[in-house]
Ligand binder design. Structure first.
Ligand SMILES: NC(=O)c1ccc[n+]([C@@H]2O[C@H](COP(=O)([O-])OP(=O)(O)OC[C@H]3O[C@@H](n4cnc5c(N)ncnc54)[C@H](OP(=O)(O)O)[C@@H]3O)[C@@H](O)[C@H]2O)c1
Length: 328
């Protein structure tokens, strides 16, 4: 039987998610990779236990995380029965729909038909009565925002999710979605965009909207899938994502320009006496508009390593200026 670390809430920092009543850990764990059929079940169990033992209460899923699609939710469901049911009220669980999930016209994008069917499937796979937040995973250019947000509102009102969220929306789309959800009386808890030192697009207007609208911002891929650990500076290690499961992280993302930036950033981390991924996580979290950084991990030691940032000194103005120069 799993007995969580009794000190799990001692060191973690929790930030308020926008203007809501919810606080989330500054590091959350995503189940996109390493929770499908190609990862040993025991590793998955240890990843979740290690995270929770460190105070990471937020686990992020989506209908199509795997492989195959649905497998991460299915594995989570088994673990829900084995480990997590006694701790359900201490967990903040999310899932999403918006990308391709099943064949035919109703298993993709943003219709009410897709989202409502998908949340029902997710709840069954995850073996829970409700998730804490249900996201529309990406904007749908063809479905009216009123229909998609209406579906999120319905899902919250029917008790299948406690909060609604959106992901991968641009600033104008975020603004329209927030406005519509507000009109419906189900405020948008959080946006979930990509953000890292290698991808700063959210600084071009999106964070301004979220700050103004008091909406949370839970950023994904703060380590650029592992590129901001420095592990790819001398080739592709055999046990890395790029070697083991490179469905989304291709060797051609290791351009000369990226490697040059990563090398220069690593020098700053070295001078601070920390690892590059510590610098990358602290940098993403430097502005309180960011509620949480959603990390992935292939082994529990990485989670233990990443939470070390909680006791590291903040970045100085001079360090931030040098980082800006490198990333310019
Ligand atoms: N909303 C969306 O559209 C969307 C899209 C993508 C992701 N997400 C969410 O974001 C989550 C995180 O994505 P991600 O896994 O790509 O994020 P990430 O944190 O940028 O990358 C995680 C990977 O970096 C490596 N790593 C992490 N800590 C390390 C350490 N201390 N030392 C060495 N290597 C380390 C591991 O890869 P190795 O395998 O190389 O060890 C790990 O799997 C996903 O699980 C998902 O929940 C959402």
């Amino acid at each position: 039987m799993y007995i969580p670390n009794e000190n799990r809430y001692r060191d973690m920092v929790y930030r308020r998610c926008g203007g809501s009543g919810v606080k989330l850990p500054v590091l959350s764990l995503g189940l996109w990779h390493n929770f499908g059929a190609i990862t040993p079940y025991g590793t998955q169990r240890d990843l979740l236990r290690t995270a929770f033992d460190c105070g990471i209460t937020h686990f992020d899923l989506a209908n199509n995380y795997g492989p195959p699609y649905g497998e991460a939710e299915r594995n989570f469901g088994r673990l829900m029965d084995e480990d997590w049911r006694p701790h359900r009220d201490e967990l903040f669980l999310s899932t999403k729909a918006g990308y391709d999930m099943w064949d035919g016209p109703y298993g993709n994008w943003g219709s009410r038909k897709y989202l409502v069917s998908s949340i029902d499937q997710s709840l069954k796979r995850m073996r829970v009565d409700y998730v804490d937040v249900f996201y529309h995973h990406r904007p749908d250019p063809e479905t009216p925002v009123e229909e998609t947000m209406g579906a999120l509102d319905y899902i919250v009102r029917s008790g299948k999710a406690l909060y609604a969220g959106i992901s991968n929306y641009g600033p104008a789309e975020v603004e329209a979605a927030i406005k519509e959800l507000k009109r419906l009386g189900t405020p948008c808890l959080s946006d979930q965009p990509r953000y890292s030192m290698l991808g700063r697009h959210i600084e071009n207007g999106l964070t301004d909207v979220l700050r103004r609208e008091k909406t949370g911002c839970i950023v994904f891929q703060p380590l650029a899938g592992g590129m901001l650990t420095g592990k790819y500076l001398n080739g592709i290690p055999a046990d890395s994502r790029m070697a083991v499961d490179n469905r989304f992280l291709k060797p051609d993302s290791l351009t000369e320009d990226t490697l040059r930036r990563v090398r220069a950033l690593k020098e700053i981390a070295d001078a601070r006496g920390q690892k590059l991924h510590h610098l990358a996580l602290q940098w993403v979290l430097r502005d309180e508009v960011i509620t949480s950084a959603l990390i992935g991990a292939s082994r529990p030691e990485q989670i233990l390593d990443n939470v070390q940032i909680l006791s590291m000194p903040p970045l100085s103005g001079e360090e931030l200026r040098r980082i800006d120069e490198i990333l310019a």
